[in-house]
Design a binder for this molecule. Sequence first.
Ligand code: ZN
Length: 246
Amino acid sequence: MSATVTKQDSTLAAIEAALPIEPQTYIIGDRPTGLIVVDVVNCFCTIGYVFAPQQPDAQISTMVSETNRLAQSFVAKGLPIMVFLDTHQPGKPEPPYPTHCEKGSGEEKLVTELEWLENHPLATLVEKDCINGFIGAIDIDTGRNLLLEWISDRKLEALVVVGICTDICVMDLVTTMLSVRNHALSPTLKDIVVYAKGCATHNITAEMALQQGLPKTAIHPQKIAHHIGLYTMTERGAIIADTIKF
Ligand SMILES: [Zn+2]
């Protein structure tokens, strides 16, 4: 086990050197800014749930506490929050994943620390049944995009994004929003910021994949996958922040 950890750490160090991310302090100032919280639900974060760790996980618990801290700061400043909740109709799969976050199961609910957002007037909750929140925010019946409307109604100039998983749902949303900005679908939008400590991803070691009968492509070393997610977002133009100041 310790040999595996050491090997993972040295691989991580090599990847961090080869693919640097240069985190910075992001100052919100008087810029209209919205916080986007991605999928901080029981299924992915609360110990014992299907896609959550089975024992305490430092990266995930830091993500939850930093998300909560940032959300408290946003509402204290009167700034809006959009909360994405991975939610699936019971029996309707999301390939290639096993059943998860079925509506009514409790898996799709915000973690205990963030339950206060459920009824907060500054929070807009959006259920989504796919990885990418931009796509999930499209109302199939009307074609309206709830995320674009949320941005344009508030003339937001910056988005700060947190949540799980860094390299999956956070990354797909962020890279899409960079195209949204550059295509001027949201003409006020300037900065897409990812708060690194407010993001986390899951961990599947080679041993776990073998034990669970998963394919090799399911192997997902947490720290490496988190870093590559951050790198991919910043090479596309996202700002990676280690500190958010108001
Ligand atoms: Zn899902």
